[in-house]
Design a protein around this ligand. Structure first.
Ligand code: KIV
Ligand code: ZN
Length: 508
């Protein structure tokens, strides 16, 4: 069977989802899990876009082994130099250079002629090539570009040294027939195409990202750019789990294979959702909560008699196994650490100690602890890494006909311990008002939701919120068996992301 390379851009295009900012430790955990999943290339970020992005790509390049590590760059010398600085220590580094090719972009955004763009593309691919052998080029908005111009650019950049040619459907406008035709046209009209790998990059604005990706593969593409859970700019990117499972389940149609360990899919999906705060819709293909549940009596009856009557995939293939009791009150630190490493977490000793304390506190309150609880604890601990403000204490008083009152104590960036209290319409409102008195960053709460991590009344509650400030969205998450505490943590988490972005912007 023909092999398809999987290029995951969860940490770059995926992180462009509104509010989905990840801190450094979270990005490293995601990158490690992507390697365990079997991703061939990890696009770790856009190094010139911020100091934080540069440092994250650089650390992933130095610490994550087993996948090629790629940095994104516009077709500009400074971008390429910065991307090279970031990825140079990777086991196998790649630079991904992009430049728009559609007349819409050339005319209205770049205000340059086709000749100028062609020249710049060639010059910048050559510059990247002077640093390393693995260079990818993307003619941005390719699907809305004049095909003959796309062929011309591709031929020129292959001569300049590009080894992967990525064909973005940047605004998710293409249909499967059109996208497939474009890929076929490239093979038929670019004379030196055999020297490069053709790649798909499909956005999901019309819900066609996976269909377009598969059309690209049918017509000869052998690399797919995708994200976990399909997150990304606007409606997102092609979802890794969808096209991988389509190839796996319909081998009879595609006769294509990937290096993905499908049993790691669920774990990766949960990790990305947990850390980005972007919840997975229940009816999402492959990884949605309902993807393997049957509501209709007729279907249930069929599946009980023979699974294949109504199920096209075995849930175990994607790593969906019944959640078993893994740890108890008497489990020691050693067993705890081993289970975390089996779950794929590589934490420092200090992080393990803190997470272990949380586990012990939880074990006192909750009889049965399974992997989902451990994942929630670890995600909560990882969030603490990028904290500017730390929640030290929260207490509320509320009830029927009382005035909901909250007292909060925070540790400020300079180490000062500060406290305040406020009255609100409810306990959460009171907490948020008290926090606002201490951290004066104007923002608006736009979404608030609570869900339990596991079944049972003693479950951990996970609160996800969205706040908006200056037209930007920040997602905050917090977990605790006490949903009032989880609400306070979620707000502090969102404010920390907002504060960190402000510092990065002020710092240049
Ligand atoms: O969608 C797009 O065009 C991109 C490019 C940077 C490849 O993400
Ligand atoms: Zn994109």
């Amino acid at each position: 069977m023909d092999r398809v390379y999987v290029f995951d851009t969860t940490l770059r295009d995926g992180e462009q989802s509104p509010g989905a900012t990840l801190n450094m430790e979270e990005k490293i955990e995601v990158a490690r899990q992507l390697t365990r999943l079997g991703v061939d290339i990890i696009e770790a970020g856009f190094p010139i876009s911020s100091l934080g992005d540069f440092e994250a790509v650089n650390r992933i390049a130095r610490e994550v082994r087993g996948s090629c590590i790629c940095g994104l760059a516009r077709a500009a010398a400074a971008d390429i130099d910065r991307a090279w600085e970031a990825v140079r220590d990777a086991e196998t580094p790649r630079i991904h250079v992009f430049l728009s090719s559609s007349d819409i972009h050339l005319l209205h955004q770049l205000r340059k002629s086709r000749e100028q763009i062609l020249e710049e593309a060639v010059a910048m691919v050559k510059r990247a090539k002077s640093y390393l052998s693995d260079v990818e080029f993307s003619p941005m908005d390719a699907s809305r570009s004049e095909p003959s111009y796309v062929y011309q650019i591709l031929e020129a950049v292959i001569d300049a040294g590009a080894t992967t040619l990525n064909i973005p459907d940047t605004v998710g406008y293409s249909t499967p027939e059109e996208y497939g035709r474009l890929i076929r046209g490239i093979f038929e009209n670019v004379p030196n195409i055999h020297k490069a790998i053709v790649s798909t990059h499909c956005h999901n604005d019309l819900g066609l990202a996976t269909a377009n990706t598969l059309a690209g593969l049918v017509n000869g593409a052998r690399q797919v750019e995708c994200t976990i859970n399909g997150i990304g700019e606007r409606a997102g990117n092609a979802a890794l789990e969808e096209f991988v499972m389509a190839l796996h389940t319909r081998r009879d149609v595609y006769n294509l294979t990937t290096n993905i360990r499908t049993t790691e899919i669920v774990k990766t999906s949960r990790l990305v959702s947990e850390l980005t705060g972007i919840q997975i819709q229940p009816n999402k293909a492959i990884v949605g909560g309902n993807a393997f549940s049957h509501e209709s009596g007729i279907h249930q009856d069929g599946v009980l008699k023979e699974r294949s009557t109504y199920e096209i995939m075995d849930a175990r293939t994607i790593g969906l196994i019944p959640n078993t009791l893994v740890m108890g009150k008497h489990s020691g630190r050693h067993a705890f650490k081993r289970r975390l490493s089996e779950l794929g977490f590589t934490l420092s000793d200090e992080d393990v100690s803190r997470a272990f304390m949380r586990f012990k506190e939880l074990a006192d309150k909750k009889k049965q602890i399974d992997d989902r609880d451990l994942e929630a604890i670890v995600a909560d601990e990882l969030r603490i890494h990028a904290e500017t403000y730390h929640l030290d204490h929260v207490q509320v008083s509320c009830g029927e006909r009382s005035m909901p009152t909250a007292t909060v104590r925070l540790i400020m960036p300079d180490g000062r311990v500060v406290a305040d209290a406020a009255i609100g319409t409810g306990p959460v409102d009171a907490i948020y008002k008290a926090i606002n008195r201490l951290i004066e960053i104007p923002n608006q709460l736009t979404e608030f939701s609570v869900k339990s991590v596991t079944e049972g009344i003693d479950a951990i509650g996970e609160v996800t919120i969205k706040i908006e400030s200056d037209g930007r969205t920040f997602i905050g998450r917090g977990a605790s068996t006490d949903i009032i505490v989880a609400s306070a943590k979620a707000y502090i988490n969102a404010l920390n992301k907002l504060a960190n972005l402000r510092t990065a912007t002020v710092g240049g």
